[in-house]
Design a protein around this ligand. Structure first.
Ligand code: MG
Length: 455
């Protein structure tokens, strides 16, 4: 029998009132609350359906005797920091992150503010699928406390950088929260650091009228225009719940997340020689290059920010990141945080006194290619085994799918999707043509193995 699952890569998500309903959410909240403990934070993003789910989450938590600390509408990393700061037993964030407006979801945090581990997700699912937890008697139902944590969060984020140096640099910053909840903090943080701040899509609006809530090079045109029109030194585009950020340089060029992570890693390793950095196997070789050049080490993980965060906590690693713009800074909290990414990059710009395009230009350059191949779920395991067996790469890693490494930093990752009947192929090389060739060769191999094994 297929194991029933609620949690995906980042919490539980679905289309509202079909895949993701009030009934489900109430039971998920009571199951999570009974598992996590007594004092639970609740937060929500700016989606039109988030108020409805806030009430469902609160009802579920109270029914199992939890006290609810309602932190209101705020970025996910602010809720996460709030859990840690107030010493609570856990937190539930109502958000579907970067998904389209018809979606909503829940992210579940443990007492350290970091999302619960994959094993803990399964334990919560077990409670849920056994019919939900035992409810408490009427006279032990919990209470609701409203708390404002945004100013604490803002001050803490700022405390991690040299605010005097940033102030003296008088930087101009263009901010695009994409109508998401980063609007509540990011412009404020930048102006508190003495920056001139220009904004676009700054009204929190759950219909996301300005752009898709996932910041990608193809939908940041308004931010690029704003950078050019205002003469900004830097532009930053956030995702819907403010945990991921993508940067635009002063020339209006968008830089993907593994390059901004590489900038942060380079600075961190310079100041903390020999440090360890955690990142998923799908991240660019540029991370490995800057970290190892400075005497550090990269710990590769499975794909998914939760896995990186948990690895950081378990092994006391202070810096982590993902290629999609998630930077985790352990001295603050081991979770993705778009505002921390912003202040760390501002600090680098201020201290180096160089334009952002130049800072990015000093990083090693790689080119990437992506492909996908359809494969029935029941064949994935055998196809992958065969692929590993037949690989002629000098170095093979099987942390998540199979990553084959070649000389001069080239690699290709072949990975079965956890949710769809497909294999994803990612490749990277020193030229676009080499990256395309690597992806295509492996695509053809994969297609041949799938055909052979399905006969
Ligand atoms: Mg997000």
């Amino acid at each position: 029998m297929k194991q029933r699952k609620l949690f995906g890569t980042n919490g539980v998500r679905g289309i509202v009132n079909s895949e993701f309903t009030v009934d489900m959410v109430t039971k998920l909240a009571s199951s999570s609350g009974s598992y996590l403990g007594k004092e639970i934070a609740v937060g929500r993003d700016g989606r039109t359906t988030s108020i409805m789910f806030r009430d469902a989450v609160i009802a579920g938590l109270l029914s199992v005797g939890c006290n609810v600390h309602d932190l209101g509408s705020l970025p996910t990393p602010a809720l996460q920091y709030g859990v840690k700061y107030f010493g609570l037993d856990g937190g539930l964030m109502i958000t579907a992150s970067h998904n389209p407006p018809e979606f909503n979801g829940i992210k579940v945090m443990a007492s350290d503010g970091v999302e619960v581990s994959r094993e803990q997700e399964t334990e919560i699912e077990d409670i849920y699928f056994k019919g939900g937890p035992d409810l408490v008697s009427w006279d032990t139902i919990g209470s609701v406390f409203e708390k404002d944590s945004l100013h604490i969060y803002r001050d803490t984020v700022i405390s991690h950088v040299d605010s005097e140096a940033i102030r003296e640099a008088c930087l101009k910053v263009a901010v695009d929260p994409g109508n998401g909840v980063a609007a509540y903090v990011a412009p404020d943080i930048a102006s508190s650091l003495g920056c001139s701040v220009y904004t676009v899509n700054v009204d929190v609006d759950g219909t996301f009228p300005g752009r898709s809530s996932e910041p990608r090079p193809d939908n940041l045109s308004m931010l690029i225009e704003l950078v050019k029109a205002s003469g900004a030194d830097i532009g930053i585009g956030f995702d819907g719940d403010g945990d991921r950020a993508i940067f635009v340089d002063e020339k209006g060029e968008v830089h993907w997340g593994d390059r901004s992570f590489a900038l942060v890693a380079k600075e961190y390793l310079t100041n903390n020689p020999g440090s360890i950095v955690a990142t998923p196997v799908s991240s660019s070789q540029v991370i490995s290059d800057v970290v190892t050049d400075l005497g550090g080490k990269v710990v590769w993980t499975k794909v998914g920010s939760v896995v990186v965060s948990r690895k950081m906590v378990d092994e006391d690693i202070k810096l982590g990141g993902e290629e999609n713009g998630g930077i985790m800074y352990g001295p603050h909290i081991e979770t993705r945080d778009g505002s921390i990414a912003l202040v760390l990059i501002l600090e680098i710009m201020a201290k180096k006194g160089k334009p952002l395009s130049q800072l990015f230009g000093e990083l090693p350059q790689y080119f990437q290619s992506k492909e996908r191949v359809t494969c029935p779920n029941e064949l994935k395991r055998d196809v992958l085994s065969k692929f590993i067996e037949k690989s002629d790469a000098p170095e093979v890693e099987t942390i998540d799918g199979v990553k084959m490494k070649y000389p001069e930093g080239s690699w290709v990752l072949v990975r079965p999707s956890g949710t769809e009947p497909i294999f994803r192929i990612y490749s990277e090389a020193a030229s676009q043509m080499d990256a395309n060739v690597l992806a295509n060769e492996n695509k053809n191999k994969l297609v041949a193995f799938i055909k052979e094994l399905s006969e």
